[in-house]
Design a protein around this ligand. Structure first.
Ligand code: BG6
Length: 498
């Protein structure tokens, strides 16, 4: 193993992690590569076992072969070594099991009971469609696989509207206590998202200005260049609002807008986030027309390559009206944020992959310098989540020279250049938190439901209006109406991708 043996086993207690949906896309692309990284960096106790289960009748050998292929693809080339892979593979088991069926769970029980006498934290990671969460929870309980120390991890989306989310939460809650349930949002595991908390609360500089007296507006953009990548079956029934806004983007909004929690502990942070969600101004029917834009991509060019439109993707209904882009103007009705719009947008098949939170400060009350000095640009803080995580502050300074001319420059903190430490992937941090029993970065039931409560009227309003999504070319920044959304308020989207 490439890591030092000296720090072994100090990160979490012995565990068994059962990945339900172990042959699926999420497990292969994200979860198991993240566990590989944790293993490689000696962050897992030696006794930790990973049991992938799925309905597929395949052997452990075949499972490992397929997984090795995926890991080679989803782990950075220099980080994948034969030595680390083979020691990681020793932790891995595969079982063909229908986790929703009690009889079928007998085999899993045998494997889990054969624990070499070590007491282990048992974690069930449900990487399955959410409509199975309740059934699987009941089945594993009835099969006698869980106790009060077991944990369950639920992937987003939790439901497709408020009623289904609440039904899932209730069904899982009949088996697990809220403290045993880890609702994951992988955006909260991203380094720069956590850095947002440090930036706000570990510096004296920003917090006094973090309010409507000094901030003009906030923008949150999550732009992807990818299309639906073989997930058409799911995506076509979800769309961008459910897939990205209900969870990731609202979480980013919450961390940006929340009050300082009195402690950095799970319930304190979660309570502050819930307050933000509850303060979001509900969208009226009229607002839906003016404050929301939904789009769908047509063929275009991304990175110099022609790409097809959404309707040509696999498993998409030929006349689908699902949105692959959404832009919204959200308002947080509380003392701190009254009058400060939060412009949110996300889309697939866009020209750049970039996720950013932009804090645009207000215009100075008075311009001392006059026009010969040049335009006075407002200060702006740009927190880039990906790629190239960075924190950038735009300031006005004097240009060198005998005349007084001003120029906007950037204090630019690039995290990769500043630190030697590697940046772990979002799932690594979160999986380790589950094993350590730290739910700070996971969502409480009330949070998920509060988010749906705000999202649902938008979905209903769209349905009622029955409009087709606005079209945009793949490789663009979305439909023209998204530009109008901010232009109407005499603002522009920040689109400097450098
Ligand atoms: C997932 C969405 O939650 O997040 C995907 O379901 C999206 O549609 C993905 O592509 C984006 O995650 P990341 O970490 O690549 O920005």
């Amino acid at each position: 193993m490439s890591h030092s043996a000296s720090s072994a086993s100090h990160h979490s207690e012995p565990f068994d992690m059962v990945v339900v949906g172990g042959t699926g896309d999420l497990a292969h692309r994200k979860l198991l590569p993240a566990l590989y990284y944790l293993h490689r960096h000696d962050d897992l106790p030696e006794t930790g076992r990973i049991v992938a289960v799925a309905r597929e009748e395949t052997t452990r050998e075949q499972f490992l072969q397929d997984l090795e292929k995926s890991c080679r693809q989803h782990v950075s080339p220099g980080d994948f070594t034969a030595e680390d892979w083979s020691s990681f593979a020793e932790r891995l088991h595969y079982l063909a099991v229908d986790a929703a069926n009690i009889e079928s769970l007998g085999g899993l029980r045998t494997v889990l009971d054969d624990d070499g006498g070590t007491s282990r934290t048992r974690v069930f990671y449900l990487a399955t469609p959410p409509n199975l969460y309740g059934t699987i929870s009941r089945a594993i309980a009835e099969a006698g696989l869980i106790d009060d120390t077991s944990r369950i991890v639920l992937e987003k989306p939790i439901g497709h509207d408020l009623a289904s989310a609440s039904a899932i939460n209730t069904a899982v809650g009949e088996v697990f206590a809220e403290t045993q349930i880890y609702r994951i949002d992988h955006y909260l595991g991203k380094e720069t998202v956590q850095n947002l908390i440090s930036l706000r609360f570990a510096n004296a500089l920003f917090e006094p200005m973090w309010n409507s007296s000094h901030i003009d507006h906030v923008q949150i953009t999550v732009a992807e260049t990818l299309g639906v990548e073989g997930r058409g079956g799911y995506y076509d029934h979800a769309g961008a609002l459910r897939d990205m806004v209900q969870n990731h983007i609202l979480q980013l909004l919450c961390l940006t807008a929340m009050e300082p929690p009195s402690r950095l502990e799970q319930d304190f942070i979660r309570q502050e986030k819930i307050k933000v969600l509850r303060a979001l101004r509900p969208m009226s029917r009229d607002d839906i027309a003016h404050k929301t834009v939904r789009g769908q991509y047509r063929p275009g060019i991304i990175d110099g390559k022609s790409v097809g439109g959404y309707l040509e993707e696999e498993d998409i209904r030929p006349s689908s009206r699902t949105e692959t882009f959404v832009a919204l103007k959200a308002e947080v009705d509380n003392w701190r944020w009254a009058g400060v719009p939060f412009y949110l947008r996300t889309g697939k098949a866009m020209g750049h992959r970039v996720s950013e939170i932009v804090i645009q400060f207000k215009t100075l009350p008075h311009n001392l310098f006059g026009s010969p000095a040049g335009a006075l640009h407002d200060n702006r803080l740009v927190i880039r989540l990906q790629p190239d995580e960075s924190i950038k502050l735009a300031l006005m300074v004097k240009k060198p020279g005998v005349r007084l001319r001003l120029k906007r420059v950037h204090l630019n903190l690039n995290l990769a250049d500043t630190f030697d430490e590697r940046t772990p992937r979002a799932y690594e941090r979160l999986l380790l938190d589950v094993l350590r029993g730290n739910a700070t970065l996971f969502m409480h039931r009330d949070e998920v439901e509060a988010a749906w409560r705000w999202i649902e009227p938008i979905l209903d309003g769209w349905k009622e209006r029955g409009e087709a999504p606005r079209i945009y070319s793949a490789g663009s920044w979305g439909p023209a109406e998204a530009i109008t959304l901010v232009l109407r308020d005499e603002r522009n989207w920040y689109e400097q991708v450098v």
